[in-house]
Design a protein around this ligand. Structure first.
Ligand code: FES
Length: 266
């Protein structure tokens, strides 16, 4: 349901608009709003999801679709440029997700990325034509950010925390990990959400500097422990740290098998 009360559709066939988020970890509100407008236009159950950087993940959206009793969901990749390897990985991950619930009747298809549809070309032409008719729109500068002098300052901090929000860690629960760090890490922590940090099989992954301690297989409870321990008193948490050979790897129960790793993060 949108904040203005518009419904998000009700049909046995649904849509998931799949985009990418900024690494600021903010909710992708424009994509959510677009999903509701599409629902209003099509009359179909429509949700948004993001591959990385924020939540909900595509798995969250499909769990919701399954709970709503849908029969078919089309996943619509929204990002341009379309990254072939990433979309291959999404398809395989969705196949894997379906095997975690063999009794489900929900079918999932992944549509061609937006840039490959002729309708996208037509939509761009219509948008440009509309902008040219609206002579006040062409030179608007309201959205330009101010030149904030504080953007030249390095915030004081004791620890630098890198939280992976890449596609695979997002699928494995990086959103709840990031929330736990945000809720429990002391103010002396400088937290940065990152793209793929590479050891995806160990996800969700985070790294603490100084010292370069890698943590893997995280969930909200583990992140809270690290925030209240390592990030507060400087003592690395060996129970959740991972070694280069992945010997402490833990897997979330709902994706217990290895994810396909024959493609790397673009
Ligand atoms: S997506 Fe996190 S390590 Fe690759």
């Amino acid at each position: 349901m949108r904040s203005d009360g518009l419904p998000c559709g009700d049909d046995v066939n649904g849509l998931v608009l799949l985009g990418r988020a900024s690494y600021g970890g903010r909710s992708p509100e424009e994509l959510a709003d677009l999903a509701c407008r599409v629902a209003h236009e099509t009359g179909r159950w429509t949700r948004h999801a993001v591959i990385d950087g924020a939540s909900p993940s595509v798995i969250d959206a499909l769990d919701e679709a399954r709970g709503a009793g849908l029969e078919l969901v089309h996943v619509v990749p929204m990002s341009i440029p379309a990254e072939r390897e990433l979309h291959l990985w999404v398809r395989r991950s969705l196949d894997r997700w379906r095997t975690t619930s063999p009794e489900t009747t929900l079918s999932v298809t992944v549509l061609e990325p937006m840039a490959r549809h002729e309708a996208t070309v037509v939509a761009i032409a219509a948008i440009v034509a509309g902008a040219e008719r609206d002579t006040t729109a062409a030179h608007r500068r309201d959205d330009e950010p101010p030149n904030d002098p504080s953007w030249s300052a390095i915030p004081p901090h004791d620890h630098h925390l890198l939280v992976c929000r890449g596609p695979r860690c997002t699928l494995l629960g990086a959103a709840e990990v990031a929330r736990a760090f945000a809720d429990h890490a002391p103010d002396t922590t400088l937290t940065v959400s990152t793209g793929c940090l590479f050891p995806c099989n160990l996800g969700p992954v985070a790294v603490v500097h100084p010292g370069g301690t890698w943590y893997g297989g995280l969930d909200a409870a583990a992140a809270t422990e690290i925030a209240l321990g390592h990030l507060s008193d400087g003592t690395a948490n060996r129970a959740h740290s991972v070694t280069p050979d992945g010997s402490r790897q833990q897997r979330p129960a709902r994706l217990a098998d290895d994810l396909p790793l024959d493609v790397r993060q673009p």
